[in-house]
Write a new protein. Structure first.
Lengths: 190, 211
């Protein structure tokens, strides 16, 4: 590895980069897992960023880091030994307050429906929608996160949104004692 | 419902909306732990604080300072709403994944030969990969290994819908399935040269492209 000078440069670069990533990454992870796992995966993600500092794209560091966080989270969720440890930690340290829907400002049933509809999307569709709505990324940035082409992201995101809207519409009709009439819908995801 | 309305409705359910900024001390410690990790091997965070040189502590102090400034900046710039990812205003054109574009072959009545390594070895592109998407005019694959050809992040097979439909029918492209695909002159080979990943077909690819 590099000599002392480039090691120091490396630290300087990381110290400039990391603080910008930490808050968005924390939010990204809290949206997708319990707080204890989120903290662990944040540490893993930063470690990958540190080790692969030369690979971090200058103009898209955050989407790139989201992609890393996504992989680290998948790894964490695969390791069952680790999950057991985390489960214990969650139980003792902190209830996952922020990931549990609190008392509603906007009407319970209405919002429950949204969660149900989201749950009916495929994993990729739901992730596309989350990256769009919560992380507020552009298709090109989402493409960096998911390793797809921007084109493919645009197409799939459009379909996912339409599917979600359709699910919400259908559910709304059901609630209102609707006719049960089902429109033909375009863009069913593959 | 418009896209904007949908987005607003989703944002109202953002689990991170009430997340407070991290404790600066915690952040500083996290950064320090990260940078004290060996670059090549895994170091557990439990053992990370042992045998630390004075230089490390100096760097840690600098990290505390920088993180402090960073958090201060976040708080003063944007006290109410959650700060947006800073990448939102930078186009990420240069990081767009590399793509190999292939086409679908024109339908032919010619008889198929038995797939063999010698014929396969003439392909300019050969790879294994998983189908990400099947649309009317494109099949998107995420390659995991290139046997020959310039490796790229993504392979897209584009064609007009009729030709692509015929190709999808003959290779049976399905989302999340892994395939071995080869192409001559930019067109995906059929007749058993491209197909669902199997040990037999993989052996053929390995024989055609040794090393």
């Amino acid at each position: 590895m590099p000599d002392d000078v480039s090691a120091a440069e490396r630290r300087t670069r990381f110290e400039a980069l990391a603080p910008e990533l930490i808050e968005p990454l924390r939010r990204f992870l809290v949206r997708r897992t319990d707080p204890a796992t989120a903290d662990d995966v944040l540490a893993d993600t930063l470690l990958v960023c540190w080790r692969r500092l030369d690979d971090v794209p200058v103009d898209a560091a955050l989407p790139w880091a989201y992609g890393v966080a996504r992989n680290c989270l998948a790894n964490a969720q695969r390791g069952s030994r680790r999950q057991d440890r985390l489960a214990a930690k969650v139980a003792t340290v902190d209830p996952p307050a922020v990931t549990v829907p609190g008392p509603d400002a906007g009407g319970g049933r209405h919002e429950e429906r949204l969660e149900e509809a989201l749950a009916q999307l495929t994993a990729t569709e739901a992730e596309l929608v989350r990256l769009w709505a919560w992380e507020q990324l552009t298709p090109a940035e989402i493409a960096t996160v998911l390793g797809l082409t921007p084109n493919a992201v645009s197409i799939r995101l459009h379909r996912a949104r339409e599917k979600l809207k359709e699910l919400l519409r259908k559910d709304g009709r059901k609630d209102d004692g609707g006719s049960g009439h089902e429109e033909s819908r375009e863009g069913r995801a593959p | 419902m418009t896209d904007d309305e949908l987005q607003q409705r989703l944002q109202a359910r953002d689990p991170a909306a009430s997340l407070r900024p991290a404790d600066p001390t915690w952040v500083a410690r996290l950064l320090e732990d990260t940078m004290s990790a060996d670059l090549d091997t895994h170091e557990t965070r439990d053992s990370g604080t042992r045998n630390r040189s004075p230089l490390t502590w100096l760097v840690a102090a600098a990290a505390v300072l920088i993180a402090g400034i960073g958090v201060f900046g976040l708080l003063t710039n944007d006290p109410d709403s959650a700060p947006e990812p800073s990448a939102g205003d930078t186009p990420s054109v240069s990081t767009v994944p590399t793509v190999t574009e292939l086409g679908a072959p024109a339908p032919s009545n010619a008889k198929c030969m038995v797939p063999n390594a010698q014929t396969l070895s003439q392909a300019q592109v050969a790879f294994s990969g998983t189908v990400q998407e099947v649309a009317a005019d494109v099949v998107v694959l995420a390659p995991d290994r290139f046997y020959t050809g310039e490796p790229t992040d993504v392979v897209e097979v584009r064609s007009d819908p009729a030709l692509l439909k015929a190709l999808i029918g003959s290779v049976d492209f399905q989302v999340d399935q892994r395939y071995l695909v080869s192409a001559n002159d930019g067109q995906v080979t059929v007749c058993g040269f491209s197909g669902v990943y199997s040990d037999d077909l993989a052996a053929l690819y390995t024989a055609a492209f040794p090393g």
